[in-house]
Design a protein around this ligand. Structure first.
Ligand code: NAP
Length: 269
């Protein structure tokens, strides 16, 4: 056994790498780790929140549902001999990330955050930066018809707006919703042409989005630029109490490298 293998099979059974997932990057990372012989001795477990009824499942083991906050994740990590915690959730999944930071801090557990790079403004873009959904809603009074592409969890922030809202999400949203709205159920990736056609057909004069980053939903940003309409851009949250055992990378390839280094650094290998 190599040093890495020994690290991954303790006296009390195999070690676990826990991926907090729910993103395409998390699925890619699980696949890379499952197929990488260097991690062959290790259980690769992906965790999903359980919000979507038919999620695309990652390779390796999968668990579904909340842990029960910091104590719940802490117990899970202990019971399953977790050697590294990977936060590969969406950059706006703020609560689970905060929980991961706290568990990492309390247990001195390596935490690797994998967040795709945010979108950056380019010439022709007209972005209005806001820190929260509530701030985004407060800017809508200047517009007639908004394209809301923020998912369905935080639509309540827009319930009091008078602007007509075209809402796109993967699953039907629950009330409260804006007074005047229509809903399209669809899942990316979306093309620039398709997004331009949608903005034109719905006659939208503003787009509201989170700065999710990634190629799959960038089409709407390009479409807004082409149609010369502003984008209300909700900027990414930053962890309030980052763990000192935390590192961040932007790609799954970098995550695999870093993970090898993290695990080897805890022992001679
Ligand atoms: P959140 O507000 O940060 O999390 C709310 C609660 O859901 C957490 O406290 C945790 O419950 C549970 N949870 C979240 N992610 C989990 C995971 N991967 N495994 C187990 N439990 C999890 O999260 P959210 O924004 O609702 O997002 C939920 C999931 O959807 C995340 O996994 C995220 O990657 C994915 N997603 C989110 C967005 C977005 O825009 N927010 C977009 C695409 C995908 P306990 O406290 O009980 O442990």
């Amino acid at each position: 056994m190599s040093g890495l293998d020994e690290q991954l099979v303790g006296a009390d059974g195999p070690r676990t790498i826990l991926i907090l997932g729910g993103t395409s990057e998390a699925r890619q990372l699980a696949e890379c780790l499952v197929e990488n012989p260097r991690f062959g001795q290790c259980a690769i477990v992906s965790s999903l929140a359980g919000r979507v009824s038919h999620p695309r499942l990652p390779q390796g083991e999968v668990r579904v549902g909340g842990f029960g906050g910091i104590p719940g994740l802490g117990k899970w990590v202990e019971d399953h001999h977790v050697v590294a915690l990977i936060d590969c959730t969406h950059p706006f999944a703020e609560r689970i990330s905060a929980t991961a930071h706290e568990v990492s801090r309390q247990r001195r557990l390596p935490l690797l955050t994998v967040h795709r790079p945010p979108w950056r403004e380019v010439p022709g873009d007209q972005w209005i930066h806001v820190p929260t959904m509530e701030a985004a809603a407060s800017r809508l009074h200047c517009f007639q018809r908004a394209f809301l592409t923020i998912g369905r969890q935080q639509l309540a922030a827009f319930s009091a707006v008078d602007t007509h809202c075209l809402i796109r999400c993967v699953e039907p949203p629950a009330p409260p919703l804006p007074h005047s709205h229509e809903v399209i159920l669809d899942r990316g990736p979306f093309t620039v042409e398709g997004e331009c056609a949608l903005l034109e057909h719905a006659d939208c004069d503003v787009l509201v989005t989170k700065n999710s980053g990634g190629a799959a939903t960038y089409g709407k940003i390009e479409a807004a630029r082409k149609r010369a309409i502003p984008v209300i851009m909700v900027d990414r949250p930053v962890p309030r109490r980052p763990s000192p055992y935390h590192e961040e990378v932007e790609t799954t390839a970098a995550a695999v490298k870093q993970l090898q280094r993290i695990i080897c650094s805890t022992q001679d290998c």
